[in-house]
Write a new protein. Structure first.
Ligand SMILES: Cc1cc2nc3c(=O)[nH]c(=O)nc-3n(C[C@H](O)[C@H](O)[C@H](O)COP(=O)(O)O)c2cc1C
Ligand code: FES
Length: 431
């Protein structure tokens, strides 16, 4: 493959951001210091270094640069392309696809102010005008009007993202001009966000199924999750075996909560039956529909439930690798899910031998970067694979050729979390 890399150089900070993700480069071909610019226009060897041919690391790489510096320069893009052997023109096409990235210089802090439905009805226009008047040029903050931030129950909402190491975020919701300006200009001193349970007025009441633990458990504690019934469903799944799990899910009548209401059991059965391997599981947490924040509440309030549910879905469909595609505007859900996955891994609930059952499964988080269309399942595959998040033609359907061209079961967060009560209470009771 010919790669025509430009001659702009990355800064040390940009290189450090990429190297923190990919590891240090080993040869001049990959951007090591010696002979750095000799590799400006060369033929790339295939194989060898781990990062090569990992086009799927392009989106995480763009995030790494954007998080550290606040925008993606030509030199940074070239360096990332060199490391991943991706043609820069294509990477530019990807970088410019997403609203959260900029390929032009901008201040380190971006304040996203939502102007979508719920916020428009709650004074977003006045909020924007007030914030823009206070944070003009020279303030070090770029104010950007944004589609729904998934904080609709606390409209109007604003989200500040301050580039650096580490990147910092702050939410103001419900936002006033003062609280939004504070979040943008000093994210560290912004008011703490109220807990996810404030979105659940019926929290703690008897008879809740999906939300039974939200506001009740400590979302950062695996022990607390287990003390409230966590991992009972996975144990039952191992007793039933993959076919038994699919039977229960089918009998429960569960349909997809991502919008299309497709019967979940049928999708799982179709994936499990595919002779081609590996099979993949993808959890769609791109939730971007204005007025929708259910997946955020589940991930922030009961994150281990999603880890357990993804493990069951993967076990039933024969997958050993799961991807959680999480929209880029959900920093707290990201922190909670990262923590839950790390804890589960440390305690043998993810990894080579889940619950000592000889079944291997792990989860990787992929962050979206501001593109509503990436919630569409095949656009989401393209996004993970490092291409522009444009939908693919169907057929073939994802159960036959999905992520990386392999059989893939993709489900919404809420769909998956429903599998836990199905297994613990049994399909007839759930139905
Ligand atoms: C434009 C568009 C956007 C979508 N956005 C989402 C989304 O944000 N989250 C989601 O779960 N599904 C979304 N979907 C539906 C997915 O394509 C897919 O049907 C769903 O994730 C499958 O999961 P389920 O069977 O559990 O519902 C979207 C579909 C379209 C056409
Ligand atoms: S409409 Fe503004 S956060 Fe959803």
């Amino acid at each position: 493959m010919d790669l025509h890399i430009g001659d702009s150089k990355p800064t040390d900070e940009e290189k450090a951001a990429v190297d923190a993700l990919l590891g240090p480069p080993e040869s001049s071909w990959e951007g090591a210091a010696r002979d750095e610019m000799r590799a400006a226009d060369l033929r790339w060897a295939r194989g060898g270094r781990e990062a090569r041919d990992r086009r799927d690391l392009l989106l995480p790489g763009l995030h790494a640069i954007n998080d550290r510096v606040g925008w993606i320069s030509g030199g940074a893009l070239d360096y990332l392309c060199r490391r991943l052997t991706v043609p820069p023109a294509e990477a530019y096409g990807v970088a410019t696809f997403y609203a959260m990235f900029s390929v032009r210089p901008r201040p380190a802090t971006v304040l996203h102010v939502c102007t979508d439905l719920a916020c428009a009805a709650s004074g977003a226009a006045e909020l924007c005008a007030g914030v823009e008047a206070r944070l003009g040029p020279g303030s070090g903050v770029s104010v950007q009007r944004s589609p729904c931030l998934g904080l609709c129950e606390r409209a109007p909402a604003a989200l500040a993202i301050k580039a650096g190491d580490p990147v910092r975020t702050a939410v103001a919701a419900p936002a006033t001009v003062g609280s939004a300006v504070l979040a943008g200009s000093a994210p560290d001193s912004a008011d703490e966000e109220p807990p996810a349970v404030t979105a659940v007025p019926q929290a703690g009441q008897d008879g809740l199924v999906l939300l039974t633990r939200v506001g009740v458990v400590d979302p950062t504690s695996l022990d607390d999750y287990r003390a409230h019934g966590g991992y009972t469903a996975l144990r039952r799944a191992f007793e039933l075996g993959p076919a038994g799990v699919i039977r229960e899910v089918t009998d429960s009548g569960l349909v997809g909560r991502g919008g299309a209401a497709f019967p979940t059991g049928r999708k799982w059965q179709a994936t499990a039956a595919q002779p081609d391997h590996p099979h993949y599981l993808v959890c769609n947490a791109d939730e971007s529909e204005p007025g929708t924040f259910k997946d955020r509440v589940l991930m922030e309030g009961d994150p281990f439930a999603l880890v357990e549910a993804m493990t069951i879905a993967a076990y039933a469909t024969g997958a050993h690798q799961g991807h959680l595609y999480l929209r880029g505007e959900y920093p707290r859900a990201l922190r909670r899910m990262e923590h839950a996955i790390t804890q589960a891994r440390a305690r043998g609930l993810l990894g080579d031998d889940v619950l000592g059952q000889g079944y291997a499964f792990d989860i990787e988080i992929r962050r979206g970067a501001g593109a509503y269309i990436c919630g569409e399942e095949t656009a989401l595959f393209n996004s993970i694979e490092g291409y522009r998040g444009e939908p693919r033609s169907k057929p073939p359907f994802p159960v036959e050729k999905g992520l990386f061209g392999k059989p893939t079961v993709e489900n919404n967060v809420e769909t998956l979390v429903n599998v836990l009560p199905i297994l613990t209470m049994g399909a007839p009771a759930y139905a």
